[in-house]
Unconditional design. Sequence first.
Length: 140
Amino acid sequence: MLKIDAIEKGIVLDHIKAGKSMQVYKYLNLDDLDCPVAIIRRVKSNKMGSKDIIKISDKIDVDLDVLGYIDPNITVNIIEDSKAVEKKTLALPEKIVNVERCRNPRCITSVEQELDHIFKLVDREKRVYRCIYCDQKAGK
């Protein structure tokens, strides 16, 4: 059995859909951190069947909008003295900025490189985001 020690201080991202942890790692730029980061994939879960978990052994600012966009079911646990002191739940954000890039070659963001790529939530049920400049659907 694999054993990953508890962290004393930091953040635990739990209930990540199985197989999505590397996407979370990339979107949050966790490779830029100068602290231990543990990715635990395909852990048995009574609630989900299997899930991924990411443990970050330092307090960092986590972009909750990015996490909510990837998977609004992720829970963010803040750890202090080896105990969870706060649990944050996520929701689909109303807009995302520079998380996705517009794929429309005629979009103004293709010409004006310094413009932010902004997508607005247009269908919460189907999780559809569209570019605010050209209405192109965001691709995941």
